[in-house]
Design a protein around this ligand. Structure first.
Ligand SMILES: Nc1ncnc2c1ncn2[C@@H]1O[C@H](COP(=O)(O)OS(=O)(=O)O)[C@@H](OP(=O)(O)O)[C@H]1O
Length: 329
């Protein structure tokens, strides 16, 4: 049976406000069938646009909130798990045999604002959230709700080298594609990615805006790279804890709390859990779709010399002078 695309990519039953807005926005064909629209400089499918606007209008950030921001496929699921384990380690000690991460998807434990909480006109029930509240979003900096900027809410931004991000997105899209997987589709999708046409793209604008904010406002925005966490997980987790003002104590370090958080959140462990093997999200995706290879450099298995040349050129052009350097590209 042909699987349906996840709910957030379907275009039916949009709000009247969204239906009125769409015809005046620039529109392009998306990777997975539905159209993407350009709103505030960002390419986004209609249902997520509706969620993003609702979130802009209604979300009231609190000073203690922590929001994880990512471009899709840059390791969101991993950092959701690490943040959850880190922030709630008193309420949920990591050595607990029934730790929430062992029985629930990281996407359930750390919901996306626009994908989940504000999707389809929903009114989120925040009474069930523990303080500090932990959310995630893919929304670009320029489109964040005003209350996030006006409050002391902290933003943790994760990015991944664009080549691996693209390959991960391409696999994810192929899993969701309704019709066919033809061999040329990687080239079609690559050209779209290079033109900035990917969900929440252009990729470079998304990354650069948060990068600049992390330099201008280092107490508010913490910028992390997937590759850095892979290379030095312990150091990066401790830096993150310090940024959030919940550093590990010497006792915790001696008891192996840092190592255990990293073990529980490791690709191998999370992927093998029943919930992430056979469970499904309410949006329709199987949880296993979020755990593919979890490695650096998989792009080398797919990129042609031409693709590599083209993306290197774009990276050089877009990021020059910013001080941001990608590794393994
Ligand atoms: N624990 C852990 N460690 C390392 N890597 C991990 C982990 N969990 C998920 N992944 C890899 O992250 C990729 C999925 O990206 P996201 O989680 O950002 O997807 S999403 O934006 O939330 O849809 C996807 O990357 P690829 O394997 O390269 O496709 C996942 O395999």
């Amino acid at each position: 049976m042909t699987p349906s695309p996840p709910r957030y990519l379907q275009e039916d039953n949009l709000s009247e406000e969204c239906k009125k807005l769409l015809p005046i926005l620039p529109k392009e064909k998306g990777w997975i069938g539905s159209y993407i629209y350009n709103y505030q400089g960002c390419w986004i499918p209609p249902r997520l646009l509706q969620g993003m606007i609702a979130c802009q209008q209604r979300f009231q950030a609190e000073d203690s909130d922590i929001i994880l921001v990512t471009t899709p496929k840059s390791g969101t699921t991993w950092l959701k798990s690490l943040l959850f384990a880190l922030i709630y380690r008193v309420k949920h000690p990591i050595f607990e045999p029934n730790h929430p991460l062992l029985v629930k998807s990281p996407h359930v434990l750390v919901p996306f604002l626009e994908h989940t909480l504000y999707v389809d006109g929903q009114v989120p029930d925040f009474s069930t959230f523990t303080s500090p509240r932990l959310f995630a979003t893919h929304v670009p900096f320029a489109s964040l709700p005003k209350s996030v900027l006006d409050s002391k809410t902290k933003l943790v931004y994760l990015c991944r080298n664009p080549k691996d991000t693209f390959i991960s997105m391409w696999h994810f899209a192929n899993n969701l594609r309704l019709h066919h997987k033809d061999t040329s589709s990687i080239h079609e999708m690559f050209d779209l990615f290079c033109e900035g046409l990917s969900i929440y793209g252009p990729f470079w604008n998304h990354v650069l805006d948060y990068w600049k904010q992390s330099i201008e406002n280092p107490n508010k925005v913490f910028f992390l790279m997937y590759e850095e966490i892979k290379e030095k997980p312990k150091i990066q987790l401790k830096r993150l804890a310090e940024f959030l003002k919940i550093p590990f104590s010497i006792e915790e370090e001696n008891c192996g709390v840092v190592d255990e958080i990293l073990r529980v959140c490791s690709f191998e462990n999370l992927r093998s859990l029943e919930v992430n093997t056979n469970g499904k999200l309410s949006t329709g995706e199987g949880n296993k779709a979020f755990f593919r290879r979890g490695e650096i450099g998989d792009w080398r298995n797919y990129f042609t010399t031409e693709m590599n040349y083209k993306l290197n050129h774009i990276i050089e052009e877009k990021f020059q002078g910013s001080g941001l350097k990608f590794s393994y590209v």
